[in-house]
Design a protein around this ligand. Sequence first.
Ligand SMILES: *Cc1c(COP(=O)(O)O)cnc(C)c1O
Length: 221
Amino acid sequence: MSIAINLNDIKSSLPEQVTLVAVSKTKPISDLKEAYEAGQRIFGENKIQEMTDKYEEMPKDIEWHMIGHVQTNKVKYMAPYVSLIHGVDSFKLLKEINKQALKNNRIIDCLLQIHIAEEETKFGLDKKELEEILSSEEFKNFKNIKIVGLMGMATFTENQNQIKKEFLHLKSIFNTLQNQFETSNLKLKILSMGMSGDYQLAISCGSTMVRIGSSIFGHRK
Ligand SMILES: *Cc1c(COP(=O)(O)O)cnc(C)c1O
């Protein structure tokens, strides 16, 4: 199966309000070009160095999404061009993104990553940390970031009921925050959840953005 065929199959199955992020991490430029030629303009990467190398080589009308865990000291490398940072999971990171965005005279869109999985290993904020950030005075004064939504990853399990429960939990946090907080730098529109194995379920639970890698590009080594 070719990348273009996979991409078109997935795109034609997505509801209109759902945005597809093509997760191209570890894949060569030739694969990204094939997806680009098939019309894809949003790519997701999980390493800043790799994303920056690809950004430099690929056409400039692409939106680059950072979907991985972000180290504070590397924000500066993507600040000039990144379109959306999915994995914002600390106040310290948000502060650094704001600082680097200001240096580049930009406003950078961010998603707050929420911990919904059972595993300890998955990154993300819990409800208390989330509320602490959003209600802090310092947050309200961050003028160069915009929180446009939430992101979450379900537990890696075959148990569909558990995955569904976790997605619905994230959706309910999304709904609550949408009503509870509204500042000039926070307007929740995007709910980023769902990957190759669970994106249909995620969409049925309210996802508006799916991050799909292996179903487009094939398995990673
Ligand atoms: C790798 C990755 C994906 C894509 O995973 P697939 O199972 O290949 O679709 C989605 N989201 C995040 C955060 C990832 O790291």
